[in-house]
Structure formats: C-alpha cells, structure tokens
Design a protein around this ligand. Structure first.
Ligand SMILES: Nc1ncnc2c1ncn2[C@@H]1O[C@H](COP(=O)(O)OP(=O)(O)OP(=O)(O)O)[C@@H](O)[C@H]1O
Ligand SMILES: [Mg+2]
Length: 712
C-alpha cells in the first residue's frame, strides 16, 4: 500500500495552473490545464512526499518536482518545441510523466531512508471480505446450514464470547430454583438458621449480578456480532452486484434486489438470535437440569428427556408446510416491491396518459397476493404455536404429577418438587419460545437461500490482468467482431471492423436497433465479443484489467445520472484529487459557469434527487463536465442530447467541439450536425457498416449517409 502524502495544496496548485495557462494561447489553455492536472494526479498516485513546483518561462512550462529537499527537473531530458503546440499533449504525456513517473518512482522507492515512500507489504492473511467472497464464489448454490456454519467459523472467537455472555445471563434461572429447593428443605427439616438463609440469598444475589454483567455485554458483544454479520452479507451482495455482468443487470428488477439486500438480511439475523439466543439458553438449562436431576433422581432425567423428542416431532411436523408458505410469501413480497418500483419509475408517463387506475390495479394484484400468502402463513403459524403450547403444558402437568408421586413415595424431597417444577417450567417455556420462533427462523433460512441467489451467481464480468496506466493513448480497433445477446437471438454485430486512431472522433449513425449502443458497450468492456477482438492501444480488451482501463474512459449516458448532494460532489464523483479551479474551468468549457454563479451557493448548491431542480440541458452539461473532469482517454457519448431541444443541443454540441482532439471520442447521435464536427462518420445497419468516411466525403457521394443528410 502506498501512502499518499502530496504536499501541494489545492490553492498552490490553482495559482500555478492559473499562471501556467495564462501564458498559453487561449485555445490551448484548457487542454494544457487538463494535462497539468493530470500530471498532479499522477504524482499524487505515484510519488509520496513530493512537492511540485511549476515555473513558467515564456510559454514553456517548467515543472520541478521536489522530494524532501531534492529537486528533480522533470523536463531535463525533454526537448521542447514550443511552436508545435499541437504536440504539447504528446510531449507532456510521453516524454514527461510516463517516463519520469517510473524513473522517479524507482529512484525514490529504492532510497527508502529518505522516507519518501511508505510502502507496506500487503498482508498475506485474507481479509473478512476476501473470505466471504471466496466462500460464495464456488458458483453452486450453498445450503443455508453451510452459510450459518461459515459465519460461525468466521467469527469463532466472538461467537464463543457471545455464548459465554448468554450463559452468564442464564445464571439466576439455574441457581434460584436450587436455592428455593434447599430453603424449603431446610425449613421442613427445621435447620433454617439465619446464616444458612443468608448464604443461600447471597448466592442468589451473585447469580443476579452475573445476569446484569451478561446483559451489559449482550448489547455490545452479541448484538454487535449479529449486526456485523448483517453488514458483511449486505456489503458482499453490493460487491457482487458491482461485478455482475451487464446482461444480468438488464434482466433483473431492482426492487427484487433491494428486498434481498434489506429484508432478507434482516431475517437472517433472526437465525442467529434464535439459535444462539434461544437454543443455546435452552441447552444450558437442559444441561443444568440434567445434572441436578441425575444427582437427585435419575427417573426424573428420563422423564425430561422424553419431552424433547415430542417437541421436536411437533416442530418437524409443521416445518415443511411453514417453509413452503414462507418461500411463497417471500417471492410475493419481492414481486410486489419490484412492481412498486416500476410504478414509481413510470409515474410521470402513466399520469400524462391518464393510466393511474391501471397502474393502481396492476400493483394491487401483487399486494393482494401478499395479503393472501401472508394470511395463510400467519394462520399456519398461529395453529403451530397453539398446538405446541398445549402439548408442552400437558407435559408440565404430567411432570407435577410424577414428581408429587415420587415425593409421596419418599424418593425425592418436597423442595425437589419445586426444583423440578421450576426447571421443567423454564425448559418448557424456552422450548415453546424456540418453537414459536421457528417460523421466523425458517424465514431466515429461506432468506439465506434468497441472498445466495445473488451471491452464488457466476455471471460476473470478465476482467483481464493487464493494468492500464495513465499513458493510455486511446486507439481503438474492432477486428471482425461478432456479438449476440443470447444464444436464441440473432447477431447484433456481424464481422464488424473499425479503427479509431488516438484522439480522433467518430460519430456513429444508424436506425434503432442497428447496433450503436452495442458498439459502445463493447468499448467499455461491458459486453464481450462472441468472436473477433476489440483492441485498445493494440492490447486485446479481454486481457486488460477492467478497473484500471475504465479509469481512463468516461461515458455520458442518454439520461444524466445525478444524485442528491452538492453540485460540486456531483461533478467530482469518484475523483478525490481535483482542484476547484479545474472544476471551474471545465464548467466554463461546458458553458455552465454563468449558470453556477446565479445559484445561491454556487458550486455548493444542492441538487435534488435525479437533478429535479435543473433543466434537461443543464443536467446533461453537468454529466458532460463530470466526464471531462475524469480526463478520459476515451470519451463515449450515447445519444446524450436526445432529450434536449434543438437550441440546448447545439449549445452542448459546441461544448463537445471544444474538447475534440484531447481524447478519442465516440458519439452516437441522430443529429447531422454531429457528423460535421467529427473526424469520421460511420453508418450502421443490422450490426454492419454500410457507409464510412469524413462528413465531406460522405455528402459528396451517393450513399446511405447522403440520403439521410438530404432528408434532414
Ligand atoms: N439486452 C438485450 N438483449 C437482447 N437483445 C438486445 C439487447 N440489447 C439490444 N439488443 C438487440 O441488439 C440489437 C442492437 O441493439 P442496440 O441497442 O445496439 O441498438 P441501437 O442502435 O443502440 O438502437 P437505439 O437507437 O434504439 O438505441 C437490436 O436488434 C436489439 O434488439
Ligand atoms: Mg442505443
């Protein structure tokens, strides 16, 4: 792990950037600032304890990196040609920090006494997260019992401690009946002097103190353990969802997934409550009762042992029916959640079409199903607990009769009647509680099955191992790519070949379903070719580490994704090291600066959920600005102006125009204006290219694009 300790403050950085960019011709300022920001971020990531200075000499920037007093001139080996402004980018990128970063990193890495790096060997021991992910990664369904045992093993020590705490809490219920029995016997035998009484009461008080100590730890140890397991399962599910393939996400209803993450995990915690809480306490009582009765009268032990199989038999008898009803109830709840979520997503559309009633009726159908399955489940549960209560009470009466007869025959003392009766009542009440909780526990077991439906899925996104660094150029090549969404569907891309050179822009045209979005998803690595290859900088995309690769790309989707929070947070989403001046210059580039000044809190103004307090154009500009702040090597714009009026669209396309040439750009658009500003245009039909060339070439020949253009 590399400790990052970058000494250049944001303000320092901002001043330097301000000055640096002022010296350059206006049209290069933004590009240059982007590069310097990138340089800073490389240093932040690569070099610990570094202090950067940028000095300006004419229009040639001079960057000096200072590490603990030692200066390293990054430009010493670089031959600058300030006239060839268009090459500034390559000069900085390839001569400066790609080479230098490695060199400096090695130099300072090897001289550790300078204390510039704090490199920690990654710990060999697996983290809890790794253990959980590994457990669920086997690809086959894992039974609830295996899952319960896995978490018990994962937290062995905490489980043992929790068990000890539970045992402490049981102390009075074991000790006080013994004291009562002894006291009765002493009184009957006329031996109840004050000392004996006080000793017995003292032991009773001690057991109560143990109970209080146990109660104190119960909150901190036992409940904490259960909440840890809940949190572990939830975050494992979230991690898994982040890794699952795009096709999985396309086919799943989000309402169903949230039910699994929130409600099912809640129910799982009940298992541990029931099994550690109830079952363990019951075992403690049974153990104590067995010892006491064996000491007093072994016939009584035999009698106790009889009632356990009967209770288990009652439980097993109902278990199957309850499990089936639980499963039905859970599925109905998931379906209803999904339906409600869909209803909320479509609420605007259904209202303007006057379909409120249809929507309510549709959701009601799901709610009625829950009502029916919930009622059936509850009535079964009620019958279940009533029958188990009656059967256990019958046993208690029989116990009273049995012990009374034994006392009458002189086998046991009168005090022992109270002891047996008290133990028996406790055991029965615990057993009844356990049996009553069985339906909830079996719901918890069902929930283990439910969460494993996500955790055990194999359909994860494939990622290679080759890490992509900041020097990525962004050259894309499709070579004979064929792709289909499923075995049943036809090919969405057929022998598709295309080269997009670095920093060039391409516009993709074509009718609905012609494969435009499929191409973009192939570039992001969200889809993998069925055959053929996608190369980035000459490397097969399937060999690249998707995580590092995706740090180099940015996507502006059709609908802007904004969350509740400040404008600044929305813009810098996922970017920890970004200066405010950088944000402002990007806002200027996308024509949002004036708008932000009109907001009461400027960049700190709050954006409502989904950007409800912004216009469609503003939302898309924020989305574009966010993408640009990532300093992408590949920028993907998928019909991102579709929802805008013509004026806003032209306005935002002009913003895009300004950044062309800084990175590779893929634009899917229906507007012919887009074609005019890019380097190359591709027209698709049925997943194949039917026309290709620059705008001028295509309009001058009689091809599909020419037809489209003339109709426009
Ligand atoms: N998730 C999916 N499952 C099955 N087929 C799909 C899926 N997504 C797209 N397709 C099919 O693949 C083909 C290409 O779809 P794609 O989404 O790439 O088209 P598009 O050109 O982006 O269309 P549009 O302009 O409507 O967005 C279409 O025939 C479509 O029906
Ligand atoms: Mg599309």
């Amino acid at each position: 792990m590399l400790k990052i300790d970058f000494l250049v403050s944001n303000e320092e950085c901002e001043n330097v950037l301000e000055k640096a960019s002022e010296t350059l011709p206006k049209h290069l300022q933004l590009k240059y600032r982007l590069l310097l920001e990138e340089l800073f971020s490389v240093m932040v990531e690569e070099i610990s304890g570094a202090r950067a200075q940028i000095r300006i000499q004419g229009s040639i920037p001079k960057v000096v990196l200072q590490v603990k007093g030692e200066k390293v001139d990054l430009f010493s080996n670089v031959k600058w040609n300030s006239d060839r402004n268009e090459d500034l980018q390559s000069q900085i990128r390839f001569n400066l920090f790609v080479d230098n970063a490695d060199r400096i990193k090695q130099k300072y890495n090897s001289r550790r006494k300078l204390n510039t790096y704090v490199l920690k060997e990654p710990s060999k021991a697996k983290t809890t997260e790794q253990k959980i992910d590994e457990f669920y990664s086997k690809g086959e369904k894992i039974t609830p019992l295996k899952q319960i045992l896995f978490f018990r093993e994962l937290y062995t020590f905490r489980f043992l401690f929790a068990t000890a705490v539970k045992a402490m809490r049981s102390a009075p219920l074991i000790v006080i009946p013994i004291i009562t029995a002894r006291l009765i016997d002493l009184i009957i035998e006329n031996e109840a002097n004050l000392t004996n009484i006080f000793i017995l009461i003292g032991i009773g008080i001690l057991s109560l103190v143990l109970n209080v100590i146990g109660a104190h730890f119960e909150g901190t140890v036992f409940k904490k353990l259960i909440h840890s397991i809940e949190a572990d399962i939830r975050s494992a599910m979230v991690r898994k969802l982040q890794r699952l393939s795009l096709s999985y996400h396309n086919n799943i209803q989000t309402g169903m997934v949230t039910t699994k993450i929130m409600m099912d995990v809640d129910r799982i915690s009940f298992i541990y409550n029931t099994f550690i809480g109830e079952l363990f306490q019951l075992l403690v009582y049974i153990g104590a009762a067995a010892v006491m009765t064996l000491l007093e009268c072994k016939w009584m032990t035999l009698f106790y042992l009889l009632c356990i199989p009967v209770a288990v038999a009652v439980s097993v008898f109902f278990r199957k029916a309850v499990a089936y009803r639980n499963s039905e109830y859970r599925k109905d709840q998931e379906n209803a959640n999904a339906a409600i979520e869909e209803m909320l997503d479509m609420i605007n559309l259904s209202r303007v079409h006057g379909l409120q009633k249809n929507e309510s009726t549709r959701v009601d159908r799901f709610l009625n199903k829950i009502k029916k399955s919930g009622t059936e489940l509850d009535s079964l549960n009620t019958l279940y607990s009533s029958l188990s209560y009656v059967s256990l009470q019958v046993f208690q009466l029989v116990c009273l009769l049995f012990s009374a007869l034994m006392a009458r025959g002189g086998w046991i003392t009168i005090g022992s009647i109270a002891l047996f009766q008290s133990y028996f009542a406790t055991i029965l009440s615990r057993l009844t509680a356990l049996i009553n909780h069985m339906p909830e526990a079996s719901r918890g077991i069902e929930s283990f099955r439910s969460v494993s439906e996500i955790l055990c899925i194999n359909d994860v996104e494939h990622s290679g191992t080759t890490k992509v660094n900041h020097g990525m150029r962004g050259r894309i090549e499709f070579r004979d790519v064929c792709f289909k969404y499923s075995d049943k569907s036809g090919f969405a891309m057929k022998n598709f070949s295309l080269v997009i050179p670095e920093r060039k822009s391409i516009a993709i045209f074509g009718g609905s379903g012609s494969g435009k979005s499929t191409i973009l998803n192939l570039v992001t690595g969200s889809l993998e070719p069925h055959s053929g290859h996608v190369f980035v900088d000459g490397m097969d995309l399937k060999d690249l580490d998707l995580n590092t690769y995706r740090h180099q790309i940015a996507v502006v989707p059709q609908t802007a994704m904004l969350y509740t929070g400040s404008l600044y947070d929305n813009l810098t989403y996922g970017l920890p090291y970004i200066s405010r001046s950088m944000v402002e210059s990007i806002l200027e580039a996308v024509d949002l600066k004036d708008f932000v000044y009109t907001l009461p809190d400027g960049l700190d103004s709050v954006i409502e959920e989904g950007g409800a307090n912004l216009s469609g154009g503003q939302r898309q500009k924020i989305s574009l600005a966010r993408a640009l702040l990532r300093r992408p090597r590949i920028l993907i714009l998928d019909e991102f102006t579709n929802a805008l009026d013509r004026k806003s669209e032209m306005n935002i396309l002009n913003c895009v125009k300004r950044i062309l040439g800084t990175c590779t750009v893929l634009i899917v658009s229906h507007r012919v204006e887009t074609a005019k500003m890019v380097d190359e245009v591709v027209v698709l039909r049925g997943g194949s290219i039917i026309d290709q060339g620059s705008f001028d070439e295509l309009v001058s020949k009689d091809g599909p694009f020419h037809d489209m253009y003339s109709k426009h």
